[in-house]
Design a binder for this molecule. Structure first.
Ligand SMILES: *Cc1c(COP(=O)(O)O)cnc(C)c1O
Length: 393
């Protein structure tokens, strides 16, 4: 053997150490599947659940640990685990807390794929799922069975925007909780971004949020998070996270970390523009109802005023029942600045028509529902766009 290792060896063993004394504001991207241990003893003593050390890329690197700490702080919790999408975060909660024979309650206006997962748990895993009226409040007590372990909430609900009484639901559920048989309340807090609603202050046990939306802000990242303040819950969530292999991309963590400092400014800008557009829509004869929590037409408006600090950019409208689906579809197609596409929280305004029948157990409203995501364009331009598209009705 020559005194120099071969090229292929040298190229692998090119020693790298992060430069000391190099201070930058952004968190570096630490990629890893393999994480090295100093010796066998350190490898044997590893504890992937503890953030005092690193064990394997799937459980996190300094980049994802930093993002987890920041998301926990935004939501007012102490622990956070990331997931590769908002929906994966919902799955983490379900599989952490539910087993065969248990019961889960889901609001009738929950995010569609959350509803669908509850049905899947019922059909294939022998977990019963019940869909409840989101405006039920303390009445949720009557739906709690001896085997109910998890109650989902969402504030406001997806698409139809009802604002539930979270404190009343939490108090009623926890009153039915027994030592050794806890019933947990989880919230899908995506709409508020953790800015407009601080869930833990209102009694919630687990926050799930889609970082895909405001936290990313770029319409180009999928990620979810689960936050709690409870060590027992954290343990259950970590086990589900590990067993399902819910790793996230460190490049994506970096993108979210880069967007977080501007999130409050963006959220407030979305909020102000959305209220301006919604106010204009309210004065139009084409529109029967504006389903925006800051407007009186929206079920739960008084609860929003009591519990929320802001609203963001997402709201829906009900068209006057004289317009058919074909007509409102033509309206959506005629929009120029508003693009047709799912998700929200990015700079671009979006618009999606929904068929409410079939999405809800009960839906009694008349008229076609169209959801707007107000982006960061000038509100006057968005209003002009909607006005010209009304002509297509
Ligand atoms: C977008 C969204 C999710 C899911 O997030 P993905 O990252 O797209 O999986 C969950 N809940 C709500 C309310 C959402 O709007």
């Amino acid at each position: 053997m020559s005194d120099q290792p071969a090229f292929e060896t040298r190229v692998i063993h090119d020693e790298y150490e992060a430069p000391g004394g190099f201070a930058a504001l952004q968190v570096p991207i630490h990629h890893a599947s393999t994480v090295l241990f100093k010796n066998v003893a350190a490898m044997r003593a590893r504890n992937w659940m503890e953030k005092s050390s690193y064990t394997y890329g799937l459980h996190g690197t300094p980049t994802s640990f930093t993002l987890e700490a920041r998301v926990a702080a935004i939501e007012g919790g102490t622990h956070c685990r990331l997931a590769p999408s908002g929906l994966a975060a919902i799955a983490m909660v379900n599989f952490a807390l539910l087993k065969t024979g248990d019961d889960v309650l889901v609001p009738d206006n929950a995010y569609g794929p959350n509803r669908d997962m509850a049905r899947w748990l019922q059909q294939d895993f022998n977990i019963s799922a019940h869909f409840y009226d989101p405006m039920i409040g303390a009445g949720i007590a009557d739906l709690i069975q001896p085997n109910t372990r998890l109650v989902w909430t969402e504030a406001p609900g997806s698409v139809s925007m009802e604002v539930p009484d979270i404190p009343a639901i939490c108090a009623a559920v926890h009153a039915k909780s027994a030592p050794g048989q806890p019933i947990y309340v989880a919230i899908d807090n995506t709409w508020s971004g953790g800015i407009a609603f601080q869930s833990f202050e209102h009694g919630v046990d687990i926050v799930m949020t889609a970082l895909t939306k405001y936290q990313s802000g770029g319409s180009d990242v999928l990620m979810g998070a689960v936050v709690t303040r409870d060590d027992t819950l954290l343990h259950k969530l970590e086990m589900a996270h590990m067993r399902m292999g819910l790793g996230v991309s460190m490049d994506d963590c970096y993108l979210v970390l880069r967007s977080l400092p501007s999130m409050k400014l963006r959220f407030d800008a979305h909020d102000a523009s959305a209220r301006q557009v919604a106010q204009w829509l309210k004065g139009r004869t084409e529109i029967a109802k504006v389903l925006h929590p800051a407007f009186e037409d929206c079920p739960g408006h008084a609860i929003w005023k009591r519990d929320f600090r802001g609203a963001g950019g997402l709201f829906s409208v009900l068209f006057d029942p004289r317009y058919s689906e074909a007509q409102t579809d033509r309206f959506v197609d005629a929009l120029k600045l508003f693009k047709i596409g799912f998700s929200w929280g990015g700079a671009h305004s979006l618009c999606v028509p929904y068929r409410m029948e079939g999405m809800r157990k009960t839906w009694t409203e008349q008229g076609q529902l169209v959801r707007f995501n107000i982006g960061l364009e000038a509100p006057a331009d968005l209003i002009a766009d909607i006005e010209q598209a009304f002509a297509a009705l």
